[in-house]
Design a binder for this molecule. Structure first.
Ligand code: ZN
Length: 141
């Protein structure tokens, strides 16, 4: 759990929340108006994070529920330019997700997202240290 809250801190710090009204939340930078979505690219498996501004982004349907469509795309570092299109439907209070679907990828939980991200970072670190070991500098002298 502490890993997750670290993660939230990182992402919260990365996005400057405008204003500061209603600040004072100790919960990273994610206020109650931000809904996070976690997805995984179908092609390369990259974990993707999307933020929905619940104040502005959802549009109201005829039945008073709220629908948001969000397109998430990867960093491109996997040479994969697949986009994942997520559609979420919220109830009238915008509190509960009534339905969620994704094309081009799959929706995952925050825990799965954190695990995927950690696995990717571990792989990157391993690759970096392997590359460092390959440098022939220490052989000379
Ligand atoms: Zn991808």
């Amino acid at each position: 759990m502490s890993f997750l809250s670290n993660l939230r801190k990182i992402f919260g710090g990365a996005s400057k929340s405008r204003g500061g009204a209603g600040g004072g939340s100790s919960f990273g930078g994610d206020d109650a108006n931000t809904h996070l979505i976690y997805a995984k690219c179908r092609r390369c498996g990259e974990p993707l994070l999307g933020r929905i501004n619940m104040m502005n982004e959802p549009s109201q349907e005829d039945d008073d529920t709220w629908v948001v469509r969000k397109t998430l795309s990867g960093s491109g570092k996997n040479y994969c330019f697949q986009t994942v299109e997520v559609t979420l439907q919220f109830d009238r209070q915008k509190k509960n997700v009534l339905s969620a679907e994704a094309t081009g990828g799959a929706l995952i939980s925050a825990e799965e997202y954190a695990a995927l991200l950690a696995a990717q970072q571990a792989a990157a670190a391993a690759a970096a240290s392997a590359a460092a070991e390959d440098t022939p500098q220490t052989k000379e002298a």
